[in-house]
Design a protein around this ligand. Sequence first.
Ligand code: ZN
Length: 217
Amino acid sequence: MMHARLLTGEDFPAPVSKVVCVGRNYAEHAKELNNPVPTTPILFIKPNSSLTRLEDGVALPEGQNVHYEAELAVLVGRKLKNASEDEAKSAVAGLGLALDLTLREVQSQLKEKGLPWEIAKAFDGACPLSSFQPVDNPDLEDLEYRLSINQELRQHGVTAQMLTPIARLLAYTSNIFTLEPGDVVLTGTPAGVGQLHAGDQLELDASFGVKVSAKVR
Ligand code: ZN
C-alpha cells in the first residue's frame, strides 16, 4: 500500500486507504465540458492501486485518450467522521498536487449510459501524486497552483474560486466516507483540461511550496 510522502522525504505513517475526489468544483471547468454546475459535491474514489509518484513521471495506458486534470491534493492527518469545517481544517496535515488522469472517451460513454465512472478514473496509474508540504492549520482559501505542459500554461487553480471550499468539502465528505489518517482528497480541477501525449514535459508549481517536473511516457 502506497503512503503519501512528505517533502521532508519521510512517508506519512499511515497508508492512503483511499483517495476521495470531487467532480466539477470549478464552474469554468464544468462549462468547458458542457456539464451543469452541481449543487452538492460529486464524489468518487480512486483506490490505492491507482497511485504513483508524480516525481517518477506519468505512464500512459496504451491506446487510450488520457486527459490530465491538475488538482490540489489534501493529506488528512486525523480521522474525520461527521466533522465540522473547523475540525476538518485542523486535520489537514499536508498539501500537494495530483493528476486526476481520466480516460475521457470512456467516461463520456459511461456518462451517456448513466453508468459509474470507475473504469475511466480509477485504473492503475490514474492518480500520480506529488510529495506533500507539511502544514499546520493553513489558510485553505488563499492557495493557488499552475500546470504547464511543454512550457505553455494550461491550468491555474485558485482555491478562492472553488464552488465548495476545501474545509467544507472535507466536512461534507466525512459525512459519507470516514476519512482515515493518510487519506488524500483531490479538490477538483480548474478549466484547461486536455489530452496527454508521450514526451510531454509537465511542470507543476504551487503557492504552498510544491514544485514538480514530470515527463509523460
Ligand atoms: Zn478531477
